[in-house]
Design a protein around this ligand. Structure first.
Ligand SMILES: [Zn+2]
Length: 308
């Protein structure tokens, strides 16, 4: 297979930023309200154009990563619509959602039921028990469970100490789901590596990627020792203190629309910038771009079992 670039983590399906119901002009205005310094044009928000620019830059496959139940289903619908364009999706509930979701004691398998279908006859399932999810509930199938994990950074809407227990409960539930579904995991971990490694120890079969790694060399080593891949994105281009993993374990990602790489800071990020991140990594590590492209693409295909 010819090496192509893969964006293993983006949110181009995200309804908050890319509100398809709004007119193009309104979309720009909405985004500018949140990001007043951004230089945006309506074209930055058109899915077909975003995908076309990615393809023009050799970024042929993209994984739309879910951050809540609802957002994950948008990612699923987006992946279904743009299936032929190399769009994949993942199902995940972000740690920021923990208090909301765990508080409701929501059943994961009931949530994954297609809208309109009847709940199962079996005993009620709680957050503590993830059930095997029938394949028809996911169409197309997600390539991963994520982004899930722990985020102990201060500040709203992140919970304080009380929220940690809920985050851990939700994370364990998501890991159980991944294990039951035999899917890799996209981890989101911020200021929480001690608890992360403690939780992960109970799920020895789990594979995955630590997305947007931004921690110490010690924690990088521990993640690598645990067998995980490391997601590298635009952060590397403007936060050079963050240690880089070896390319054997590296995945490229944009986290679009966030974390725009240099020299495009101030603009909305998009999957096409994988090419620029690849160029930056190549120059930093003294490798050719095709070496970095080949290795990271092979890694992504292996982890997420992408075949086309
Ligand atoms: Zn993300």
């Amino acid at each position: 297979m010819k090496p192509v670039l893969i964006d293993t983590h983006c949110h181009i399906h995200d309804r908050d930023t890319y509100n398809f119901a709004l007119s193009r002009q309104q979309i720009s205005e909405k985004f500018l309200k949140k990001h007043p310094d951004a230089a945006v044009s309506p074209e930055d928000f058109e899915p077909e154009k975003i995908i076309m620019r990615a393809h023009q830059n050799g970024v042929m496959q993209m994984i739309c990563v879910g951050t809540s139940h609802e957002d994950s289903l948008f990612a699923r619908d987006f992946a279904k619509k743009y299936r032929g364009d190399g769009i994949f999706w993942s199902y995940g509930i972000h740690p920021d959602e923990a208090d909301r979701v765990v508080g409701q004691n929501i059943s994961i398998s009931d949530r994954l039921r297609p809208t309109g279908s009847k709940p199962s006859e079996s005993a009620p399932i709680t957050m503590g028990r993830a059930e095997r999810v029938a394949e028809e509930m996911f169409a197309p199938l997600p390539v991963a469970i994520g982004e899930v994990g722990l985020d102990y950074r201060e500040g709203a809407p992140r919970p304080g100490v009380a929220g940690k227990n809920n985050q851990i409960k939700l994370f364990e539930n998501m890991l159980q789901l991944a294990q039951d579904q035999n899917l890799p995991v996209i981890f989101h971990v911020r200021d929480a590596f001690e608890d992360f490694f403690a939780v992960i120890k109970n799920f020895p079969k789990i594979t995955g990627v630590v997305h947007s790694f931004s921690d110490s060399p010690e924690n990088l080593k521990r993640a690598l020792d645990a067998g995980f891949y490391i997601g590298v994105n635009g952060l590397a281009t403007f936060a050079s203190e963050i240690p880089l993993p070896p390319t054997e374990r590296m995945l490229l990602e944009t986290d679009a629309p966030f974390l725009t790489p240099r020299p495009f800071r101030g603009k909305i990020n998009e999957p096409a910038h994988i090419k620029d991140i690849c160029a930056y990594i190549s120059a930093t590590l003294g490798l050719t771009e095709s070496e970095v492209e080949g290795r990271t693409t092979e890694n992504a295909r292996r982890l997420f079992r992408l075949t086309h």
